[in-house]
Design a protein. Structure first.
Length: 365
């Protein structure tokens, strides 16, 4: 009888131990590494995670705590419960990395006593300083230079005068801005530094390094129109009208053709890299006739015909208006590159004459 009771007691103990072991095993099975869990949700939600396997594999978690239908909720809880941040790069890619500590800690040797080195942890480095920069009237200053003194670490204030900078502990920030007195402020024990800059030495004179003449293009029109006067053309010193334009209009190019058959009668030109047949030439607002010559030389304008603008004397021109953009909707297909309107002098009581001489380098012509 006693033997039966003993056997029953032993069987009950063994059964209880087995149940306890199974429960413990089940609990262990619930815990998975972070890398395994990321692989699971990567397949489930069709996303990709990039991480250091060595760092991630040391972290374990219970996947039952993260059974959410939405991926965003899973990521948010992972960031709260683990020491990792998840940065979304787009196109279903995430980068996993350790959270940055608010303050870095470094080891420093304090002393060596009896051959034993004493090491202590000292909190230093990387305080995040924020603030706002204003003038005497309280208006925000944009573009103020904020530099950590003695380093190249710096930033500038935004449009609202706000700034943010990470600096070492117990350092100084230098605030500088044109027309205002610079300030140096210590950061010791501070997280927010608001600065009010006072007007310093005023500038009595502005010196502009580099200048240009009055605007050549009329920017009031829907498209820019270059207006070149007679004085601008004559100041180039070129003998023909097309060569003078080449020195004044950056997108205009012309080619000096050799004396070869009839091609010497027409020097082809181009605007915006398009041949002469694509530029409309107007004389006082009326179309100029095209040449009957088909240009065949291996240079810009080959296979095209154009107006002979080199035959127009420069002395007869009052001004030139050039539209350097397509105008085929208004003028037709011959205005794809642009339109050149040549305005002639209209005073019948005035005239001019220009005499040019020259000699070849050999002295034989």
């Amino acid at each position: 009888m006693k033997t039966n009771k003993l056997m029953r007691l032993l069987l009950a103990v063994m059964l209880f131990s087995s149940i306890t072991s199974n429960m413990a095993a089940n609990e262990l099975k619930k815990e998975v590494t972070l890398s395994e869990f990321l692989n699971e949700i990567s397949a489930k939600h069709e996303v990709f995670f990039t991480y250091n396997p060595t760092l991630v594999s040391t972290t374990s978690l219970n996947p039952e705590e993260y059974e959410f239908p939405l991926l965003d909720k899973i990521i948010n809880k992972l960031e709260r419960k683990t020491s990792f941040d998840f940065e979304y790069l787009g196109n279903k890619y995430y980068v996993v990395y350790h959270k940055k500590p608010e303050r870095a800690k470094i080891l420093r040797i304090n002393s060596v006593n009896n051959g034993i080195t004493a090491l202590t942890l000292n909190e230093v480095i990387q305080n995040s300083i924020t603030g706002k920069v204003t003038d005497d009237s309280g208006m925000p200053l944009a573009g103020v230079n904020i530099i950590e003194k003695g380093t190249t670490n710096g930033t500038t204030s935004d449009f609202d005068g706000n700034y943010s900078i990470n600096v070492t502990d117990d350092t100084k920030l230098v605030f500088s801005y044109i027309g205002f007195a610079s300030q140096e402020i210590s950061t010791a024990g501070k997280n927010t530094i608001n600065v009010q800059l006072s007007e310093g030495m005023q500038l009595d004179e502005f010196i502009v390094v580099g200048s240009r003449t009055a605007p050549r293009s009329n920017a009031d029109t829907p498209l820019p129109v270059d207006v070149i006067g007679a004085k601008d053309l004559s100041s180039t010193g070129q003998a023909t009208f097309d060569k003078a334009l080449q020195y004044r209009i950056p997108s205009f190019n012309t080619v000096q053709t050799p004396v070869n058959d009839a091609t010497s009668l027409l020097d082809p030109y181009e605007i915006r890299n398009m041949g002469p047949s694509r530029t409309l030439i107007l004389i006082n607002g009326k179309r100029k006739n095209l040449s009957a010559l088909l240009y065949t030389q291996t240079s810009p304008g080959r296979g095209e015909t154009g107006a002979d603008i080199s035959a127009i004397p420069t002395d007869a021109i009052k001004r030139v208006e050039i539209l350097r953009d397509g105008a085929s909707a208004q003028y037709g297909s011959d205005a794809i590159a642009g339109v050149m309107n040549i305005i002639l002098k209209d005073s019948p009581n005035e005239g001019s004459a220009t005499v040019r001489t020259g000699i070849t380098s050999e002295g034989d012509g």
